[in-house]
Design a protein around this ligand. Structure first.
Ligand SMILES: Nc1nc2c(ncn2[C@@H]2O[C@H](COP(=O)(O)OP(=O)(O)OP(=O)(O)O)[C@@H](O)[C@H]2O)c(=O)[nH]1
Ligand SMILES: [Mg+2]
Length: 394
């Protein structure tokens, strides 16, 4: 990562755009391969497999979901790939109690080194085993996060049992109770996130995401953010921002086409870059046909209603170069973009304004335009599905 920045700075200082583009291209390819490996553990029946499925954007009943249920005990560590990001791997681990190992032996058997962090799930107060595991994970200088699951059940019970029900108070009580319990088990200032594995839009999942994003090393942060399911408008916004930050990299990669002055080639190269970017946006923003279908099924809002919110011809369809050409022809190059190209063709990249060839610069503008339209679609569709208002923000 740092190497990339140093090298790119060097070649840009020497005005070698072709070399910079080559580096940017390689870097983009490497980013696609950054591994992120998450461990989900906890006692039997706590909701581990359900949470693994939720992280992959799946319901328990979806094809390819980890088996769940009262008797489906996870006995062997099982790896699940993220459906859209195979470099993101989520491991469903058997509970420490299930295989009757001590915390250190358990972690050795689970090959703890390969995990970027651990999520310890409990459907109740955290147990002695959970605390032992957390302490051992800490000894191994790895991170862990406590997730208290099945909160939706607690809320239903409280509503039924109490005359005066206040959700915030109930949540605070459960959170404080878990924290206190963990403190008694000698975990210092534990953080506990309340979730429903059946619906990550609710409760604390978004706070967990934010903390994970903060605590992961920089190059893994983006991998996590882009792969996580859209659980709030805020997550979609953060994804939009991350994709926006990546545009410079894509534009720099496209500069190679402009540098090689063979007619036709620069266009071809740029289109490949644009298609790659659009595909990434569609995947990350949950705008693939399968994702829209899953959202519709999960929320009960019909596909017709969701489709009514879609404005970009690139949403919910298979991305092809021809389609991208059509969109660009129809929407941009006849419009204001060409005029904008007459302006400065400088794009700031790692603190260095990079002068772009015309085709690289129009690629840059096209990417911005396409991200805006796809990001807006993602927000409108999500808001519709969740029954929210005020969807679109910049
Ligand atoms: N309502 C609700 N049910 C949940 C939640 N999490 C899990 N469940 C249900 O609880 C049961 C057990 O969930 P699993 O995900 O199979 O739990 P597990 O920890 O993988 O269980 P083992 O593999 O047996 O250790 C299933 O019937 C799930 O549908 C949740 O957050 N809310
Ligand atoms: Mg399980």
């Amino acid at each position: 990562m740092d190497n990339f920045h140093e090298e790119t700075k060097y070649v840009l200082q020497n005005n070698d755009q072709a070399a910079a583009a080559k580096l940017a291209k390689e870097h983009l390819e490497n980013l696609d391969k950054v591994p992120l490996t998450i461990a989900v553990t906890g006692e039997t029946g706590s909701g581990k497999s359900t949470f693994v499925n939720a992280l992959r954007g799946l319901k328990n009943s979806d094809e390819g979901a980890a088996p769940t249920g009262a008797v489906e005990t996870t006995m062997e560590p099982t790896e699940y790939l993220h459906p859209d990001y195979p470099n993101v791997k989520i491991w469903d681990l058997p509970g420490m109690g299930t295989i009757k190992f001590t915390a250190d032996k358990y972690l050795k058997k689970m090959e703890f080194e390969k995990f970027d962090f651990f999520i310890i799930v409990s459907a109740d107060r955290f147990s002695e085993n959970d605390a032992k595991l957390a302490r051992e994970i800490q000894n191994l200088e790895k991170k862990f996060y406590f997730v208290r699951s099945k909160i939706d059940h607690n809320i239903i019970d409280e509503k039924r049992d109490k005359k005066e029900f206040n959700e915030e108070e109930t949540l605070k009580r459960i959170r404080d109770d878990c924290i206190q319990g963990l403190e008694q088990l000698e975990i210092k200032s534990p953080k506990v996130f309340l979730v429903s594995g059946k619906d990550l839009n609710l409760f604390d999942a978004d706070d967990l995401w934010k903390l994970l994003e903060q605590e992961l090393p920089e190059h893994k942060r983006e991998v996590l953010l882009l792969a996580l399911p859209n659980i709030s408008l805020d997550v979609i916004n953060r994804k939009k921002q991350a994709l926006k930050d990546k545009i410079q990299l894509y534009a720099l990669a496209s500069a190679i086409g402009a540098a090689v002055l063979i007619p036709g080639i620069s266009i071809a190269v740029d289109l490949a870059i644009i298609t790659k970017f659009v595909t990434e946006c569609q995947k990350s923003l949950g705008l693939r046909a399968e994702s829209l279908k899953r959202l519709s099924e999960a929320t009960g809002v019909s596909m017709e209603e969701l489709k009514a919110e879609i404005k970009s011809p690139l949403t919910g369809v298979k991305i092809t170069t021809e389609l991208v050409i059509g969109v660009l022809r129809g929407c941009i190059f006849v419009g204001g973009l060409m005029a904008a190209e007459e302006g400065a063709r400088f794009v700031p990249f790692i603190g260095t304004p990079v002068a772009m060839g015309l085709s690289a610069f129009s690629t840059y503008l096209a990417l911005k335009y396409l991200l805006k339209s796809l990001g807006d679609d993602a927000q409108r569709v999500f808001a519709k599905a969740m029954g929210l208002t005020d969807a679109v923000s910049d």
